[in-house]
Design a protein around this ligand. Structure first.
Ligand SMILES: Nc1nc2c(ncn2[C@@H]2O[C@H](COP(=O)(O)OP(=O)(O)OP(=O)(O)O)[C@@H](O)[C@H]2O)c(=O)[nH]1
Ligand SMILES: [Mg+2]
Length: 317
């Protein structure tokens, strides 16, 4: 499949290129060291390459898959020059990712037959949940959709205020109660209000909670159950937000979280300003749950629909 299957807007590409700059610089400087003085891809080069991928946060399992694929090519093509390595890596990573049937979206959309479409956003403290909600609301609003936000992170007063700031910025309604109130009750109110307003999309913020705290996971379950009293089969999407700048830690969080609660999609944030962007490759390869969005900055426009071809294209571009 062509890497250029989706010709993406130059603005989006520019933001993505900029966001991945640190990851790319770090990766290619390691790669050039890995092949220094070598003209041919041999076992030494492959060993070094393995290390480059692992230290670029691609993750061990995905790295081994990539190395296997390259080894198979080296076995066929007895003399493979190191100057080709970049192209080959790009092809093999794209090939690997194309085996998963996700990451092909290019636009922010919601299914038409679900109204309101309810997204519950979860993830540990500080990963970028509230920011991602603000950016998402902005995208949907621009598409002409009617959005309602629910401040179900009632743990801190500042959390409610922060969502309010985003609601004001995007100019969408927010449903909130006072700090310390029951998150399930806020979610219930939000859905009730959304139904009354004939809203298209509801996005529920939740408290940054620890994945190993059973009681907190139970609370998420309660929030879901209460929402189902208003709209059947909600939430339609449980979006787990991961902080990409924590590299393998993000990977671990995804593992723990998906084990403890039902998660239907992932967002990887803070890819700008980190050299750990390779983690997105590992996460999209290793999880059945699709990476739907990536965060590439703090601004309102800095959320993108993750597209694996665009990502590889930008990374190796
Ligand atoms: N550079 C960068 N910063 C981001 C991105 N996404 C979020 N942030 C920043 O990360 C910090 C935490 O974001 P929040 O949205 O408050 O995270 P949260 O998960 O809601 O945090 P809690 O409510 O404390 O659990 C903020 O300073 C955001 O501006 C991103 O894609 N890039
Ligand atoms: Mg928050």
């Amino acid at each position: 499949m062509s890497l250029f299957k989706n010709i993406f807007s130059s603005k989006k590409k520019e933001t993505l290129d900029k966001g991945l700059e640190k990851s790319k610089t770090s990766f290619f400087s390691k790669l050039s060291k890995a092949v220094a003085g070598k003209s041919k891809v041999d076992d030494d080069v492959l060993d070094n390459l393995e290390e480059v991928l692992v230290t670029s946060d691609v993750g061990v399992n995905t790295t081994l898959k990539i190395i296997d694929r390259i080894e198979a090519r080296v076995a066929k093509d007895k003399y493979m020059g190191t100057e080709e390595l970049n192209t080959i890596l790009r092809q093999e990573i794209a090939g690997l990712l194309s085996e998963t049937h996700s990451g092909e979206e290019t636009e922010f959309t919601v299914p038409q037959n679900k109204k309101p479409y309810v997204i519950m956003v979860v993830g540990v403290n500080g990963v970028g949940k509230t920011t991602t909600i603000g950016k998402l609301a902005h995208q949907y609003k621009q598409k002409g959709l009617k959005v309602v936000l629910g401040a179900a992170d009632t743990f801190r007063a500042a959390a409610i205020d922060q969502l309010q700031v985003w609601a004001d910025r995007v100019e969408v309604p927010i449903i909130k109660q006072k700090m310390g109130s029951d998150p399930a009750s806020v979610a219930f109110d939000t859905l009730s209000s959304a139904v009354k307003q004939d809203a298209d999309v509801v996005i529920i913020d939740t408290a940054g909670r620890l994945h190993n705290k059973v009681n907190l996971m139970n609370e998420l379950t309660k929030v879901k159950r209460v929402m189902q009293k208003v709209v059947e089969d909600t939430p339609h999407d449980v979006l787990l937000v991961l902080d990409g700048s924590t590299g393998q830690n993000a990977f671990e969080q995804a593992k723990q979280f998906t084990k403890a609660t039902e998660v239907t999609s992932l967002a990887v944030t803070k890819l700008d300003g980190t050299a750990k962007g390779g983690v997105v490759i590992g996460i999209s390869d290793q999880f059945q749950i699709p990476v739907k969005y990536i965060g590439v900055g703090e601004g309102i426009e800095d959320l993108q629909v993750f597209n694996k071809y665009e990502f590889v294209d930008s990374f190796f571009g």
